[in-house]
Design a protein around this ligand. Structure first.
Ligand SMILES: Cc1cc2nc3c(=O)[nH]c(=O)nc-3n(C[C@H](O)[C@H](O)[C@H](O)COP(=O)(O)OP(=O)(O)OC[C@H]3O[C@@H](n4cnc5c(N)ncnc54)[C@H](O)[C@@H]3O)c2cc1C
Length: 331
């Protein structure tokens, strides 16, 4: 019998399994093996300054340094490169954004993320409002991260669906958006956000940084191939690709680059968002042997390592659950 059964082997479940294993615990992961999941479809980008208001996650530095250590340590265990630190160019797209960025720049917390050099960006991009270069960005090969965890766990990774907790074991549900259908957590306010993403070939673009123009980003993955996205649809809950999704991304891409491209692939999945983008971890208020780790939203790569370690440390009696993320404190 394992010390912990983790239900769901996405970014949340894998990170928690690694964090518990690190603490010497016997862990089993049971995963349905769905071909399409949020983690398998995700771009895997870490971006410190996001959205039209150029907002920096207040605890970014803490989460970022934790994530770097976590992924590097796991890479050491499995002998594989999974996470790469990358530069990201953020292009501004209006006069209002230029003004907003000038005011953001008064804060040292923003200054420390960016280079002081002048922006260098190729003529292939529309860059009429300028921009800046972010240093602390990165990219996780999310599907490879799952595969590496699976190999690392060996027989302790099982394919199957868990519908209720194992009676004898501590069961932690890391089900992503499927948590929506778990009756034990029907009081959690899930707000799933479907996302679509394209893979494109752009032969005339030599760019090895992530380039982001707010409503669209371009991630180089090698040999002139880029991932580009993504949509946010708060009304659909399926993983079907749509003509509207493709059209939306392509229209944004045409506002970012001037060179031709060819669409190679289109994928869709649903991000597990809870409430106002809240990550929740902890023990069920009515069941001491049932846990929950969900709500990674659109920042799973940045958040999963920190909260997996925090939850694992709590489960091993080492620490309290991070105040803002405690399931019991957020009913
Ligand atoms: C288009 C798109 C782009 C994205 N881009 C980024 C990005 O650039 N950066 C970023 O940080 N995040 C991004 N995300 C978000 C990221 O994918 C999520 O934050 C993260 O992957 C969620 O991981 P999870 O483990 O909670 O859920 P999932 O990845 O959905 O994993 C849940 C797993 O549990 C299994 N499961 C569910 N229920 C059961 C059960 N009862 N029994 C057994 N198995 C079960 C499922 O099969 C699945 O394997 C993106 C998401 C999308 C859709």
């Amino acid at each position: 019998m394992a010390d912990f059964t983790i239900v769901g082997g996405g970014l949340a479940g894998c990170s928690l399994a690694i964090a518990l294993h690190k603490r010497g615990k016997d862990v089993k992961v049971v995963d349905r093996g769905d071909a399409v999941t949020s983690t398998k479809v995700a771009a895997g980008i870490v971006n410190p300054i996001t959205g039209p208001y150029l907002t920096k996650e207040p605890r970014f530095n803490e989460f970022w340094s934790h994530a770097l250590k976590f992924y590097r340590a796991f890479e050491g265990l499995v002998g594989e490169t999974l996470f790469r630190e990358m530069s990201m160019v953020r292009l501004l797209d209006s006069e209002q954004q230029v003004t907003k960025w000038q005011s953001r720049l008064k804060s040292p917390s923003y200054q420390e993320c960016i280079t002081s050099d002048a922006l260098h960006i190729g003529d292939e991009f529309y860059s009429e409002f300028g921009g800046f270069t972010i240093e602390c960005a990165g990219h996780l090969l999310t599907a490879d991260f799952i595969d590496a965890t699976k190999r690392f766990m060996g027989d302790q990774w099982q394919v199957g669906e868990v519908l209720e907790p194992e009676p004898e074991e501590m069961t932690i549900f890391c089900e992503g958006v499927n948590g929506l259908h778990n009756p034990l957590f029907d009081w959690v306010h899930f707000r799933p956000a479907k996302g679509e993403i394209l893979t494109v070939q752009i032969n005339d673009l030599k760019e090895d940084r992530i380039v982001n123009r707010g409503r669209v980003w371009l991630l180089p993955i090698g040999d002139g191939v880029f991932r580009v996205g993504a949509t946010y649809d708060w009304d659909s809950n399926d993983c079907n690709v749509t003509a509207e999704g493709r059209e939306f991304i392509e229209s944004r891409l045409k506002g970012l680059i001037k060179v031709p491209y060819e669409v190679l692939d289109q994928r869709a999945a649903v991000r597990p968002v809870i409430g106002t983008r809240k990550i929740l971890i902890g023990i069920h208020p009515g069941h001491d042997r049932v846990g929950f780790f969900n709500g990674l939203g659109s920042k799973g790569v940045l958040l999963a390592p920190f909260f997996a370690d925090n939850f694992a440390a709590h489960l091993c009696g080492e620490t309290e659950i991070d105040e803002g993320a405690n399931l019991r404190g957020n009913l």
